[in-house]
Write a protein that binds this ligand. Structure first.
Ligand SMILES: Nc1nc2c(ncn2[C@@H]2O[C@H](COP(=O)(O)OP(=O)(O)OP(=O)(O)O)[C@@H](O)[C@H]2O)c(=O)[nH]1
Ligand SMILES: [Mg+2]
Length: 298
């Protein structure tokens, strides 16, 4: 008998949700950064092992002081992803105790689906003395009837195997929804735009990376297997353009080199990457942008 189910990874920004998705899949699918609000939409990976197929959905971090339309759409996408899940993994960064208030608010909203919620304490590699984790586990377990509790390091891939076994065991009987060798429901165009955005997140500071979006506009494949990709980096402020381009265009050149390396690694072929930069102060108001990301702009 085959099994199929959906697992949603949720939690506060920066908890390590995307890192955990990549660790479970053994592939880099969702972009990762030490800055908050890296993931902007639901990113689904597919794990097919033995008779079980699991759709694992990474979501944007949940926070409560949402101001921009994009923030609201991101957080709403994360909540929506919990409705369809057979299991909800609530990822908590064990070092971010300052976030406890937000975690309390998140678990209050999970009350009605409490039988599906599993607590994942992440980043345990940052603790030498693991016994200090017990008080956090106790505190959270007293606040909410979690189905189970796991301690992992997504970065070091510690505890991930045990979590995957648990996940597979808890999937319901059902026909697979995807071919056995499919890893994601993301398009290559989206995935490669995300890799460029990841480089921009790491290379740019303050508000600049939050006010930009990357779109793959054109894709050519050559007979020798090389691909040529044209991407547009859209900025929301004129003043950001000089920062992204850098002196004599050095910054964007460097970003292009790094992004090309990442994309080439992901696609497994030689890549020619052409980056263009434009300013559109209103990109966050355009319904097309939200639709491309699978977000609801309302
Ligand atoms: N030391 C340590 N760092 C981790 C671990 N997991 C994730 N990180 C780091 O935490 C930061 C955030 O990781 P992400 O995976 O982007 O977090 P996220 O929850 O997806 O963040 P958003 O998409 O912004 O909500 C990155 O710098 C990761 O390298 C871990 O197990 N140990
Ligand atoms: Mg993320």
């Amino acid at each position: 008998m085959k099994k199929f189910g959906v697992v949603t990874l949720m939690g506060a920004p920066n908890a390590g949700k995307s890192t955990l998705l990549n660790a479970i899949l053994g592939e880099k699918l969702s972009i990762v950064c030490h800055k908050r609000q890296t993931t902007r939409t639901r990113v689904a990976g597919i794990l097919t092992e033995g008779n079980t197929q699991t759709l694992i959905v990474d979501t944007p971090g949940i926070f409560f002081d949402t101001k921009r339309k994009l923030d609201k759409a991101m957080v709403s996408a994360a909540w929506q992803a919990t409705f369809e899940a057979h299991l909800i993994f609530l990822i908590v960064d064990v070092k971010a105790s300052y976030l406890k208030e937000d975690i309390t608010k998140i678990i209050a909203k999970l009350e009605s689906v409490s039988d599906k919620v599993v607590l994942i304490l992440n980043k345990i590699d940052l603790f030498k003395d693991k016994s200090s984790l017990l008080s956090l586990t106790k505190e959270l377990s007293e606040a909410f009837p979690f189905k189970d509790v796991f301690m992992v390091s997504s970065k070091k891939k510690e505890g991930v195997g045990r979590l995957v076994s648990f996940m597979k065991k808890n999937m319901p009987d059902g026909e697979w929804m995807y071919p056995e060798d499919q890893l994601t429901n993301l398009s290559e165009r989206f995935l490669t735009a995300e890799l460029t955005r990841e480089v921009l997140l790491h290379q740019l500071h303050e508000e600049v990376p939050y006010g930009l979006t990357v779109h793959t506009e054109q894709w050519e494949t050559f007979d020798n297997g090389d691909v040529k990709i044209f991407q547009m980096i859209c900025l929301e402020r004129v003043s950001h353009k000089a920062i992204v381009l850098g002196k004599k265009g050095q910054k964007i050149k460097h970003i292009g080199v790094l992004a090309r390396q990442e994309i080439s690694k992901a696609l497994g072929c030689r890549v020619h990457l052409k980056l263009h930069v434009k300013v559109d102060e209103k990109w966050q108001d355009k319904p097309d942008f939200f639709h491309d990301l699978g977000l609801d702009p309302s």
